[in-house]
Design a protein around this ligand. Structure first.
Ligand code: PMV
Length: 346
């Protein structure tokens, strides 16, 4: 049977990826800078009803006349549209070529959290797809190689292959642009509360928005600074130096959003709620010497980083700002990014 399933956690970038290197074909998603992330899982608090996990099953068979893919929701199986299928095949086709098969596939994927809302659904989706496809095709690929194929679907997916803290080396070819773990889970004490400001789909997906990065005059500065930040933050992570990690992560986030806001067309992923949470985190730090730091991806939701023991404090601060309990998600590092599982979705 050529059928397999995988489960994968998303990741949150501390050093952001925002822009493809124009010297390489864009479908390779070779980035302009190294990026660093934490693979994250939900700490169960049944109030948010969000579990940061993607589950994907794929089967190759002569019974399928065409490639087909579906998003599983609580009530329906929604076929992926042409654009989404094209993106899925960016990962599946090269793996199918590697396995020397022309068999068609059926795949079903389920996100246990809002899709395309800035919670990194594409990272976990494409890493899960890569892991399941490689297993179904009986390809025995290392995690490093898996990360290169996941990158073809979505750059940040390269990082979700691994657990703990991960560095995606920008590289200068398909083979050398890969992600590797820099620190295993829990060697560095950090957790976060995500303030979900808006669960809706963002207007401009990161896959599209990222193409505008080069039009910002600030982009070259962001690229140069990101390389330096990646080096410094790696050292701070390995030294369990939380304030340094937090400060660098905030800088990287603000550099990325500066590029977004000054690109052509300009991209505003924040909304007023985003800014309120950011300001509260900064004020809390100033007034009470609490070690909270923020980051925001291509969406309005804010990650408030803290030490594991300060999770309750961070949660209370965000709740007291009026963010409903169901929109507060506590996360910690996930030990494994992507793994093969026995349960199939069909
Ligand atoms: O998920 P992608 O590859 O479309 O790009 C994601 C970019 C950010 O999430 C905004 C930053 C990052 O490095 O994850």
């Amino acid at each position: 049977m050529m059928k397999a399933s995988a489960q994968t956690h998303p990741n949150i970038a501390l050093i952001k990826y925002w822009g493809r290197n124009p010297n390489f074909p864009s479908h390779l998603n070779i980035p302009t800078n190294d990026s660093i992330s934490m693979t994250k899982e939900t700490i169960h608090s049944d109030k948010s009803n969000i579990e940061l996990l993607t589950h994907t099953t794929i089967e190759f068979s002569e019974h399928y006349e065409d490639d087909e893919g579906f998003l599983k929701t609580e009530t329906d199986l929604i076929p992926f549209n042409e654009f989404q299928m094209k993106r899925i095949k960016k990962v599946v086709d090269p793996l199918r070529r590697l396995a020397q098969t022309v068999l068609k596939f059926k795949m079903v994927s389920e996100n246990k959290f809002p899709t395309a809302a800035g919670l990194a659904s594409s990272a976990s989706a494409f890493a899960a797809l890569t892991t399941a496809t490689s297993k179904a095709l009986k390809l025995d690929l290392s995690q490093k190689v898996l990360s290169t194929f996941a990158r073809l679907g979505s750059g940040s997916a390269a990082r979700s292959i691994h657990g703990g803290f991960v560095r995606w080396h920008k590289g200068d070819s398909h083979e050398t642009s890969y992600a590797e773990q820099i620190c295993a889970c829990n060697e560095f004490d950090i957790a976060a509360v995500i303030a979900v400001i808006d669960r809706g789909e963002k207007a401009v997906s990161s896959d599209v928005g990222i193409n505008y990065a080069h039009s910002s005059a600030f982009n070259p500065v962001r690229i140069t600074e990101s390389q330096k930040q990646a080096k410094k933050i790696t050292k701070a992570i390995l030294n369990d130096d939380f304030p340094t990690v937090g400060k660098i992560a905030e800088k990287s986030c603000l550099y990325m959003h500066s590029v977004m806001m000054t690109s052509e067309p300009p991209l505003f992923y924040w909304n007023p709620g985003t800014l309120s949470v950011i300001k509260s985190i900064i004020n809390k730090r100033k007034n009470e010497e609490t070690e909270f730091y923020f980051t925001v991806d291509a969406g309005p939701n804010v990650h408030c980083f803290c030490r594991m023991e300060d999770l309750d404090l961070a949660h209370t601060m965000l709740r007291d700002m009026g963010i409903p309990e169901r929109n507060l998600v506590r996360v910690r590092q996930a030990e494994q990014g992507s793994k093969v599982v026995e349960q199939h979705l069909f």
